[in-house]
Every structure is written in structure tokens, then in C-alpha cells.
Design a protein around this ligand. Structure first.
Ligand code: FAD
Length: 291
């Protein structure tokens, strides 16, 4: 089977922060067969690969990625099916679509995911959610493929996850996700979502990746950054948000280097002044000075 890919593809348009160089290859499989074939070829040629969803949690280097970026596409990876008491959604489905679908069909339990950008695959890979809940808590099972082309179904009791992390999918590609359907009152769902919408209204606007660092146990990153006087810090076209200092905003033409310098400065100061090692919530792709 022949696979189609693009060479030297610009990646910034694939991210919500609009930062990043090019990847040697961009591969957008629309079937499991083509995905497996692509992985096989990249492995044979020793080409590293990275799977991207909505790019809302990835900082990509200005020098791009010396490898293949894989973006699931087409109907197969965008399905939404209700059958036998389960909702099955393809990994490339936007999380907002899953939340809307649940609302329209009076399915409960998805409201806390309202307003989180990106795809379902990216959300499960990083156990996205709120301070209180993560998506992995409501997953019934996940169909995925490992880097040798073996498909597996991982069920809830075997999914290893913690705050903003899901170790079960480090070396796997999520294909689709099954949820047990919990019927709920539509009006109640609407109320729940409205409460979350109002909370999210105060989030910073502009191109960003959401929260940059994980909150260390018992601490709040925004407070640490605030106490260090770094609220509003500007490097190039990147700004540590005045509204929520754990967010960094691309004010227009920010580079990956600007963004990474903000990150490094915050980390160094936090270590020096508070003795805290700030762990990244976002993923880093490609090379950065001092990484
Ligand atoms: C404005 C804004 C608000 C945000 N608010 C929140 C929030 O409230 N809560 C929260 O948790 N996050 C939040 N985020 C961060 C981000 O939206 C989530 O982490 C999101 O779930 C990432 O999904 P994605 O599809 O964009 O993943 P990407 O950024 O594309 O990728 C993230 C990681 O997931 C992996 N991945 C993607 N797809 C797959 C797949 N199919 N199989 C295996 N691995 C995969 C990638 O390899 C990468 O390691 C916010 C971001 C922004 C920009």
C-alpha cells in the first residue's frame, strides 16, 4: 500500500499558539490500514514520528521537527457512534464536538470538558480536564495501536493515569474511545455547562497553549509566578498573561524561542526563590536552546 505525505510542511497552523517550524514529513492517514503502513515505513527508514491532535498542548521548535508528524484524519478517525449503551468516538473528533453530542443526546458526565480545545485523542493521552476531574475517569475503554502495528483494547481498570498524564498511551496511538452512556437530564447538563462557561469566560484570550506548568502538590503555579513578579513579563512577542500567569500568550509573531525563554526564566526563578521544580504540562517537540 502506498502512503501519501507532504514534505517540509509548516506546523504552526496545526497549533493553537501558532508557533513552530516545519516537519520533514506530514502524514494524514484516514484509515487504520494507512496509519499502520505509515508507521511501518517510518520505522523501516528510522524516521521518528510524533502524533498531533489539535496542537493545543504542544510547543514546536522554530527549527521544526526532523521526523514525521502524524495527524489522524477522515471519517474513520472522526466517527461518533451510539451502540449498545456505549458512545464510541474517533480519536480525531474535536473534544467540543463530543461535549456537544453528549448534550444534544442527554448523555451526562462530559460537562466538565466544556471549553477544552483539541481532539479526543489528545485529551485522553494527557488526561485533560479540570483541577478536580480528568477525562480518563469517565472512559470505558480505548482502542489503540502500538508502534509495531498491534491493535489493543485497553479497558478502564487497566488505564494508568494521573493528573494531566496517562502513561498507558506513551507509546501508543489512540484510535477511538468508548464511553458507557449515562442518561442525564438535558436541562441539568445545560446548567452544568453554563456554570463552566462562565468560569472559563475569564480565561486569557489570544493564541496560547492553556496552562504551561502542572501545579505542584499543594501549590498554585499562578501564585508562584505572581510572587516572583513575572506577571506580564514580555520576551519578544510572548507575554506571561496578566490575567492568568500560568498562561503564555503569543501576541502576534512570537517564536518558539521567545516562548521557551519565558518558560526557562520562570523555572529558574521558581527553583531559586521557592526551591520548586516546575514540571511542564505542555509537550515539547523539536530542539530548544537549554532544553
Ligand atoms: C485556551 C486553552 C484552554 C485549555 N484548557 C485546558 C483545560 O481546562 N484542561 C486541560 O486539561 N487542558 C487544557 N488545555 C490544554 C489542551 O487543550 C489539552 O491538553 C488537550 O486535551 C490537548 O489535545 P490536543 O488534541 O490539542 O493534543 P495535542 O496538543 O495535539 O497533543 C498533546 C499530546 O497528546 C498526544 N496525542 C494527541 N493525539 C493522540 C492520539 N490519537 N494518540 C496518542 N497520543 C495523542 C500528542 O502526541 C501529545 O503528546 C487548554 C489549551 C488551550 C489552548
Amino acid at each position: 500500500m502506498e502512503i501519501k505525505y507532504k514534505r517540509n510542511a509548516s506546523l504552526k497552523e496545526f497549533t493553537t499558539v501558532r508557533i513552530g517550524g516545519t516537519s520533514d514529513y506530514l502524514f494524514e492517514p484516514d484509515s487504520l490500514e494507512s496509519l499502520n503502513e505509515g508507521i511501518k515505513i517510518f520505522k523501516e527508514k528510522n524516521i521518528p514520528f510524533f502524533i498531533i491532535g489539535g496542537g493545543s498542548n504542544v510547543l514546536i521548535s522554530d527549527n521544526g521537527y526532523k521526523g514525521a508528524v502524524i495527524k489522524l484524519s477522515g471519517d474513520y478517525f472522526n466517527k461518533l457512534v451510539v451502540k449498545d449503551g456505549y458512545l464510541t468516538c474517533g480519536a480525531a473528533v474535536k473534544l467540543s464536538r463530543v461535549v456537544d453530542f453528549a448534550l444534544e443526546n442527554s448523555i451526562g458526565g462530559f460537562e466538565f470538558l466544556y471549553g477544552i480545545p483539541g481532539t479526543l485523542g489528545g485529551a485522553v493521552a494527557g488526561n485533560a480536564g479540570t483541577a478536580e476531574n480528568g477525562i480518563c475517569e469517565i472512559v470505558h475503554s480505548v482502542n489503540c495501536v502500538d508502534f509495531y502495528g498491534n491493535t489493543e483494547k485497553i479497558i478502564e481498570k487497566d488505564i494508568k493515569y494521573q493528573y494531566r498524564e496517562c502513561a498507558s498511551f506513551f507509546n501508543r496511538i489512540i484510535l477511538d474511545v468508548n464511553f458507557s452512556i449515562i442518561n442525564a437530564d438535558k436541562e441539568r447538563n445545560i446548567k452544568n455547562i453554563e456554570a463552566i462557561r462562565q468560569k472559563r469566560e475569564s480565561n486569557p484570550k489570544g493564541f496560547s497553549l492553556g496552562s504551561i506548568f502542572k501545579n505542584p502538590p499543594g501549590l498554585k503555579v499562578w501564585e508562584i509566578i505572581d510572587k516572583m513578579g513575572l506577571r506580564g513579563l514580555r520576551i519578544g512577542d510572548c507575554e506571561v498573561s496578566n490575567i492568568h500567569p500560568n498562561w503564555i500568550i503569543n501576541k502576534g509573531n512570537a517564536t518558539g524561542n521567545d516562548f521557551f525563554q519565558c518558560i526557562s526564566l520562570i523555572r529558574e526563578k521558581a527553583k531559586k526563590e521557592f526551591g520548586v521544580n516546575l514540571e511542564l504540562e505542555i509537550k515539547i517537540l523539536g530542539n530548544f536552546k537549554g532544553k
